[in-house]
Design a protein around this ligand. Structure first.
Ligand code: ASP
Length: 331
């Protein structure tokens, strides 16, 4: 029996074609002829192709993540793995969101994309797709990103390079697998099987404001909307802000008292926050803020949407944010 795989194409460079007149890349139904471009894909398994939408990934919203989760749910008894081809710009957000929405996954869900379209010479799409399909039929039971021969936990990834083929990295978590002559799967880095029944939890609430600090920043312009349920401060280093020129700490205390979750993240791309290390961070924590530990920005934001979507209780949202739901945060 050939193994059955669901391939969901959502758009992005991987399937785009260049408009001859303008030179601009545009989404195309290239996947109608996918197996024409990569005939050997059929050797790996029987592939069911779905195209729920065809968009540059900058246009995706939580509603699109819900469509993907639902497509996986309705097909989960029929297939042994899923590949999602996706634009690279917001791929880390989709991977993170799905990691929360798909609970007790029974098979791998592998997202991939490409820096150059499949239709172009020297494209990275071909290798990425073949490797993603191969890994989607493996024993991995989580949402992962395959790019440039490396498999990373989806909610640990960031798009870290605009032009290079190794566009994605996983700054705070080791690789799940590496593709060379053979595929090496690093068992010790995989999520342990949960044994629970597979289901989806897809409510998302985007009532989140994000304020990023910079030296000289007018923090008085940080005014959450009435319906804002979480405020994210992108601070410096271990979680520091300036104490010199603003009443930011007092306002954090007020936001917290108003029942909003105040989250400190760091502008630094790698490492783990430790706001207690310096005075300003310690005062933010004292004012009621929590910090994102070693989570990526994409994981933090999608996790907040997920938690706000599934609870109205500030204490459980806070607790959920500080724990690991799908391997996105180290204990
Ligand atoms: N703008 C494209 C997208 O994210 C870029 C890409 O696919 O690499 O859809």
């Amino acid at each position: 029996m050939p193994r059955r795989l669901l391939l969901i194409h959502t758009g992005g460079t991987i399937g785009m074609v260049r408009d001859q007149a303008s030179g601009v890349l545009k989404p195309d139904l290239l996947y109608d002829s996918l197996t024409g471009f990569i005939p050997e894909l059929t050797q790996l398994g029987e592939i069911q192709i779905e195209i729920p939408f065809l968009l540059d990934s900058s246009d995706l919203t939580p509603a699109h993540w819900q469509v993907l989760a639902e497509l996986i749910r309705i097909n989960h008894n029929r297939v042994e793995g899923v590949v999602i081809t996706h634009g690279t710009d917001t791929l880390a957000y989709t991977a993170s969101a799905l990691s929360f929405m798909l609970v007790n996954l029974p098979f791998p869900v592998i997202l991939t994309g490409a820096q150059k379209p499949l239709s172009e010479i020297r494209s990275d799409a071909r290798a990425n797709l073949i490797n993603a399909v191969d890994l989607a039929l493996s024993e991995i039971r989580e949402v992962a990103v395959l790019f440039d021969h490396r498999l990373m936990r989806g909610n640990r990834t960031v798009k870290s390079h605009i032009n290079h083929f190794d566009a994605f990295s996983s700054p705070n978590y080791p690789l799940l697998a590496r593709v060379g002559m053979d595929i090496e799967i690093y068992q010790r880095n995989l999520l342990p099987p949960t044994g629970g029944f597979f289901h989806t939890m897809t409510e998302m609430d985007n009532s989140i404001d994000v304020y990023r600090l910079f030296p000289g920043c007018r923090t008085s312009s940080f005014v959450p909307g009435n319906d804002t349920r979480a405020v994210v401060l992108v601070a410096y280093g271990a979680g520091n802000v300036s104490l010199q020129d603003s009443d930011l700490i007092d306002r954090v205390r007020l936001w917290h008292q108003e029942g909003r979750l105040v989250v400190i993240l760091s502008e630094s791309g790698a490492g783990r926050l430790d706001p207690g290390l310096y005075e300003s961070g310690a005062r933010l924590l004292d004012a009621g803020a929590v910090h994102g530990g070693d989570m990526t920005f994409a994981a933090s934001i999608t996790k907040l949407m997920f938690l706000l979507g599934h609870s109205t209780d500030p204490a459980s949202i806070r607790k959920g944010f500080l724990s690991s739901l799908a391997g996105e945060r180290s204990e």
